[in-house]
Design a protein around this ligand. Structure first.
Ligand SMILES: C[S@@+](CC[C@H](N)C(=O)[O-])C[C@H]1O[C@@H](n2cnc3c(N)ncnc32)[C@H](O)[C@@H]1O
Length: 390
């Protein structure tokens, strides 16, 4: 067997598959055809696996997802798929893949995995690939994934380059920064099905904002990312569209800013400063004159008094877990957020082991509890709605 139709794979963190699929559906109408006009194709059905979704999509359409998807890890182009049980056959099949037509003589970084297969020796798979393509293995360069599972080999080309959580902003980080795609996932779950008109009246506040990831992700959640470079922009096999300096203006959308205002606090004055610096680099679509309204202050969540923010308020945060940086007990954090800010919704990303403690801490209605792996820690995104308390 080999590929009968073009395929792409949208790789996601475990558990993010359905949210990534929702994002793809939202982005779909914005994608362009090779002449730079909105395309008219229907989104084909995707096939889910753990950690991603495979779509029968041509590479030109697939690579554009890099601009739009906030929760994904990478977008891969499938180059071939075949059954293989021995190394000579692997060599023969790899040799037939015309890698040079995609990436010229750029260095390649091989990403190899093998499971439940006769070819279990990852080092030898690498050597076979390097020989077949006449390209030495490198620690840098374009990633080519060779994955053999149950004797079925997938060869895929990474179209993203740097991991998609890297947005090209946030040059400064705190001690336990949140990956941008995890922040985007939490924000999308917090927003749920809320209408844009409703959201535009809501202030979003992160009382322990660190480097400001939630705030910058929230402001750009509906904006495509044209600021950074993606690997596919150097590929030889794609139409020239993305090589034009002003290519982004072909996307005629004017993205909205989801929330009315964005407010951050951090105990550490230096972190508040880092946030301010990072947020000053946030930009939306090149043709958009809109500017998000950010405000960041130094402040202790546990300082005396309550604060009133005009209009509706939602709070989101990933407080210190005590694993990498010390922090107050997390049930106290939740209680204090409710007492101090009286928000309409609260979303916290916390270790799974404190989930019961937090459930017992408030009579507010828990509307979501989702597993999220954050920096190797088994966490839960917990979202409460407090309207019932009013
Ligand atoms: C896990 S970090 C947040 C990371 C952030 N989401 C990011 O992406 O950079 C937690 C932050 O809470 C801050 N913090 C700890 N105790 C606090 C308190 N009592 N009030 C406000 N901020 C606090 C720390 O300084 C730290 O920057």
């Amino acid at each position: 067997m080999s590929l009968k139709e073009p395929l792409c794979f949208v790789s996601t963190p475990l558990g993010f598959e359905s949210e990534a699929e929702r994002e793809i559906k939202e982005a779909w109408p914005e994608l362009l055809d090779a002449s730079g006009r909105p395309h008219s194709a229907m989104l084909p059905e995707g096939e889910w696996t753990k950690g991603g979704i495979e779509y029968p999509l041509d590479p030109f359409t697939a690579v554009q997802l890099n601009f739009f998807l906030k929760t994904a890890n990478r977008i891969l182009i499938r180059l071939d798929r075949f059954k293989v049980r021995d190394f000579p056959k692997l060599h023969e099949r790899l040799r037939k893949i015309d890698l040079k037509s995609w990436i010229g003589s750029a260095p390649i970084r091989f990403e190899v995995s093998a499971a439940k297969s006769r070819l279990g020796h990852e080092g030898r798979i690498r050597e076979t690939a390097a020989k077949a393509w006449g390209i030495p293995q490198s620690d840098t360069g374009v990633r080519v994934f060779i994955r053999i599972q149950d004797d079925l080999c997938d060869v895929s080309l990474d179209s993203s380059g740097e991991h998609l959580h890297k947005r090209g902003v946030h040059t400064l980080r705190g001690e336990a920064p949140l990956r941008e795609n995890i922040a985007a996932f939490c924000l999308r779950r917090l927003i749920g099905d809320s209408a844009p008109g409703e959201l535009s009246k809501i202030t979003l506040l992160d009382p322990m904002c660190g480097s400001g990831t939630f705030l910058s992700e929230a402001a750009t959640l509906w904006s495509p990312l044209f600021k950074r470079h993606f690997a596919f922009q150097d590929f030889g096999r794609l139409p020239k569209l993305f090589k034009q300096p002003q290519f982004a203006t072909n996307y005629r959308m004017t993205p909205a800013i989801p929330f009315r205002r964005f407010i951050g606090f951090d105990l550490e004055a230096k972190m508040a400063e880092v946030s301010r610096k990072n947020l000053s680099e946030v930009s939306l679509h090149p043709s958009s004159a809109a500017k998000p309204s950010f405000e960041v202050h130094q402040g202790d969540l546990f300082s005396e008094g309550t604060e009133k923010i005009e209009g509706k308020l939602w709070v989101i945060s990933n407080p210190p877990y005590g694993e990498r940086i010390e922090g107050p007990p997390l049930d106290q954090v939740l209680k204090q957020i409710l007492r101090k800010w009286n928000p309409d919704r609260v979303a916290l990303l916390v270790p799974a082991k404190v989930s019961s403690l937090l459930k017992a801490a408030t009579p507010a209605r828990l509307i979501e509890e989702k597993p999220v792996l954050n920096g190797g820690i088994d966490c839960r995104l917990m979202i409460w709605e407090t309207a019932v308390l009013a």
